[in-house]
Design a protein around this ligand. Structure first.
Ligand code: C5P
Length: 217
């Protein structure tokens, strides 16, 4: 029977780490919707798509095969899982995510992939737009500095040297774009449970959410 867990929140709030742990433990499908927007952004960059040209966008979407295989993101038959985590995509994706046509296609795919399954989706608009009737809605948050520190660690692992101030600035800029955009802005759903992950262990938060899910299934 279909069971939808929506995990929304800003960049670096711990969504994907926690969603992955939960899905492994529960045997649920995990859908990283941010990765979908990132993959489309990569295509926009590579093909120099003009985001103000609706025909160009429509044509690009029609000719795109986006395949989410477990934790791997396959764009037009090429594994782009690492490429989409770089700074170029990270700093451009929020602009791409403002485009209504692109959002509509992503939401359609997310609903199709999830149909009839037990799924944990993480993103920005899962509990508000994609699945307003999700079985459980979680909104994760943390201070901007804490989130920047986490991103800095991610970048370090990728061998990218960068100052914390720059990461903080980039995160704040992305927050602003995501929360102030016209289409599906990042906002806590009224019925979402908000959890602040600053100074808390991932394991504890995972167990807290696991407890909520186990009570429901
Ligand atoms: O989750 P992640 O940081 O990888 O998401 C990248 C970007 O994709 C976000 O900053 C946001 O602009 C966009 N996004 C979105 N809606 C989602 C998931 C991601 O607009 N459901």
């Amino acid at each position: 029977m279909e069971f939808i867990v929506a995990i929304d929140g800003p960049a670096g709030s711990g969504k994907s780490t926690i969603a992955k742990l939960l899905s492994d433990e529960l045997g649920f499908v995990y859908l990283d919707t941010g990765a979908m927007y990132r993959a489309i952004s990569l295509k926009v960059i590579q093909n120099k798509i003009d985001l103000s040209n609706l025909d160009e966008i429509e044509n690009m979407l029609k000719n795109t095969i986006l395949d989410i295989k477990d934790k791997n993101i396959i764009l037009d038959k090429k594994d782009v899982s690492d490429e989409i985590r770089g700074r170029e995509v990270s700093n451009f994706v929020s602009k791409v995510a403002t485009v209504k046509l692109i959002r509509e296609e992503m939401v359609r795919m997310q609903r199709e992939i999830s149909k009839g399954k037990r799924v944990i989706l993480d993103g920005r608009d899962i509990g508000t737009v994609v699945f307003p009737n999700a079985n459980l809605k979680i909104f994760l948050n943390a201070t901007a500095l804490e989130r920047a520190k986490r991103r800095l660690l991610d970048y370090k692992k990728q061998g990218i040297g960068i100052e914390i101030e720059t990461v903080l600035e980039e995160i704040k800029k992305r927050d602003k774009m995501d929360t102030e955009r016209e289409n599906s802005p990042l906002v806590k759903a009224l019925d979402a449970i908000e959890i602040d992950t600053t100074d808390r262990k991932i394991e504890h938060i995972k167990n807290e959410i696991l407890g909520l899910i186990n009570k429901m299934i």
